[in-house]
Each structure stands twice: as C-alpha cells, then as structure tokens.
Write a protein that binds this ligand. Structure first.
Ligand SMILES: Cc1cc2nc3c(=O)[nH]c(=O)nc-3n(C[C@H](O)[C@H](O)[C@H](O)COP(=O)(O)O)c2cc1C
Length: 336
C-alpha cells in the first residue's frame, strides 16, 4: 500500500513500494488516498513503473489512515467511492481493482451498496475482506455475505478472510461463488500455500528444504531488500529477516490465530519430515542465533543458487542442538 500524498511529495520510501522484484510476475500496487485527481495521478505513477494492476485501499482500519478519510473510511460514502474508482479507471490502461471490508461497523454493513458503486465506477474486480473495520480480526470472516455480493454483482469478486488451507480455499470458492480468493496471513505461515491450492495437494509435493530456503525465503528477503535499500534503510533488514524465516521451519505451525485473539492456533497441515539433511536441520534449528545467521547468509546472496549454497555451507558448519524457547518467543511476537 502506497500513500499517494507521499508519492506526490516525492518520498523515496514510498516510491520504493512501487518497485518489484523480478520474481514477482504479477505485481500490483495498492493506493491510499481520498481525492480523485490524486488517485488518478498515483495510478499513472504505478502503471508507469510496471504495475500490472492498481488497487484502491478501502480496508485499512488504522486510525492514522481512516482519520484522514482514507482506507476503510471510504466505505462510508459509496457514491463518492464510485467516483474515485472512475477517476482511476480513466487514468490508466491496466485493470483497476478495489479492496473492501464489509462496512465500517456491524450496524453499518453496507458492502452491497459499496460493491455496486465500485462496479458502476468501472472496477475490474473487487476484493472483499469479510469483516467490518471495527471487527479488525476479532471474528470469523463473513463468507455468506461475501457470497451474496458475488451472486448479486457482475464484477468479479475475490473473497478474503481466514483461508489457511487448500481445503478452505476450495470450499469457500464453491460455497460463495467467488471467482478467486485472496490470502494474507496463510501465506506468512506457508509461502507455498498457493501451490498447494493450485495442485489441490496439501503438502505434496512438500517443498524440499533447499527450495524453501532458496526460493521462498530468499525472494521474500530480496524483495524487501530491494525496497528497503531503495528507501535508504537497509539497516532494518537483518532484524526483520529472521521473522520471515520462521514459517519455513519444519513443523512450523506459523503464527496466525483465527477468529480472535483467544482462538487456538489453526491446524495447519505441516507435518515435519525427519530432519534428514543438514539444511533441514538448519531450518529446524531451535536457536534464534542460528536463524539470524541463516538470514544473514540469505541476505548476502545475489541469486537463489548462491543462497542455497550459502545455506548448505552454514548447515554443514553447525553443531546440532539448542533449546526451543527462543523461537517460541519470536513466534508469539509475530502472532501479536
Ligand atoms: C502483515 C499484514 C499486512 C497487511 N497489509 C495490507 C495492505 O497493505 N493492504 C490491504 O488491503 N490489506 C492488508 N492486510 C490485510 C489482508 O490483505 C487481509 O485482508 C486480511 O489479513 C484478512 O485475510 P487473511 O485472513 O488471509 O489474513 C494486511 C494483513 C497483514 C497480516
């Protein structure tokens, strides 16, 4: 999500968000603003830097954004939102999409009206996160409501909320009639969840440790690295990287909690294979320092192959052992 006002001020950190990594084959930019002319200009900027689609953020719940009339605040005035979509559509050739919540709060659930306004404004697709702004993550996403909008509207609807397994993706799509689903937290647990959904085979073929470390985590780090270095803040990256690696540990159950802060962790199908190779042992290491070192090796790599070699070398150089405590703490921090 890029804040258009910052783009128009020329903020380098915001422009960094418009950069894509070569591994990102379908790169889109989400924009936050509330003015038609600014959104049109933001959309043009994103398109000129390679965005294959531009999305309007109408879901961000945080006060900093809604207090300035952006994000979920846009849900309150559907007709005005329709005009914003129309302004973006007129400015670019790439598809324009909109990310919605179901409403501002439970007494103001108005996603049916909002979706109609977006369609009238020319949106090419709309994504619905099945919760209101006030609900944040406190309740299960309302897939019945998402389904009602999908049935009623001609514009393709993408459903979003609480999908953590291929079974859920399939079941939600079939039951609600949405064209597609969007996944956020599930991908933080299992970056290969998309492949599981595509193949319909959960965990099979389970990515080998090499592809987990060289593919998923490397491109994740590299992508963030590209952006943070463009923003001139590379220093922050080593602190972030071990967190990115957490979900890749064998047997990781990730850090997502479903349906509210007290709900149990979701049963993600991640049965660890026995740590057979040195690299599996590193990914399954129980010491935070080991993950820090692995993160450093990945960050120092220029290609996926080099990342893999470095990780292998590290694996061979490490003694076995360590306590689980450090990583449990780190995992609960991510969950918080
Ligand atoms: C770390 C994180 C960052 C997010 N950033 C954005 C964002 O920039 N724009 C947006 O529309 N939604 C954002 N979301 C919300 C997700 O897109 C999604 O609507 C929400 O997490 C529900 O989907 P899930 O149950 O699959 O996580 C973010 C969610 C998470 C967990």
């Amino acid at each position: 999500m890029a804040v258009v006002q910052k783009l128009l001020r020329g903020a380098s950190g915001e422009f960094a968000l418009l950069r894509s990594h070569p591994d990102e084959h379908l790169f889109g930019v989400q924009l936050a603003d509330k003015r038609p002319d600014c959104l049109a200009e933001g959309a043009r900027l994103a398109e000129s830097r390679g965005a294959r689609f531009v999305d309007l953020n109408c879901g961000c719940p945080i006060n900093l954004i809604t207090g300035r009339g952006m994000g979920a605040s846009l849900l309150r005035k559907p007709a005005r939102l329709g005009r914003l979509v129309a302004a973006m559509k007129a400015a670019v050739k790439v598809p324009v999409t909109v990310k919605l919540r179901t409403g501002w709060h439970e007494e103001k659930v108005n996603v049916m009206d909002v979706a109609r306004a977006c369609e009238d404004g020319g949106a090419d697709a709309i994504t619905i996160h099945g919760r209101t702004r006030e609900q944040r993550y406190s309740q299960a996403a309302d897939w019945d409501l998402i389904g009602r909008v999908a049935t009623e509207r001609g514009v393709p609807v993408i459903g979003n909320g609480d999908i953590l397994t291929p079974y859920e993706a399939r079941e939600r799509m079939a039951r609600s009639g949405v064209r597609s689903v969007m996944i956020a937290r599930g991908a933080l647990i299992k970056p290969w969840l998309f492949r599981e959904i595509k193949t319909g085979r959960p965990g099979f073929p389970r990515p080998r440790s090499a592809s987990r470390s060289s593919g998923a985590s490397w491109s994740c780090c590299a992508s963030i690295s590209e952006r943070t270095s463009a923003a001139g803040s590379d220093d922050a990256l080593p602190a972030v990287a071990p967190r990115l690696l957490l979900p890749l540990r064998p047997g990781s159950r990730g850090a997502v909690r479903r349906g509210g802060a007290r709900a149990p962790a979701p049963a993600v199908a991640l049965q660890p294979p026995p740590p057979s190779s040195p690299l599996e042992r590193v990914l399954g290491a129980t010491r935070a320092e080991t993950h820090q070192r692995l993160a450093e090796e990945l960050l120092a790599s220029l290609t996926c192959e080099e990342a893999c070699e470095r990780a292998q070398r590290l694996a061979l150089s490490l003694p076995a052992g360590g306590g689980d405590a450090d990583l449990r703490v780190a995992a609960s921090e991510v969950a918080g």
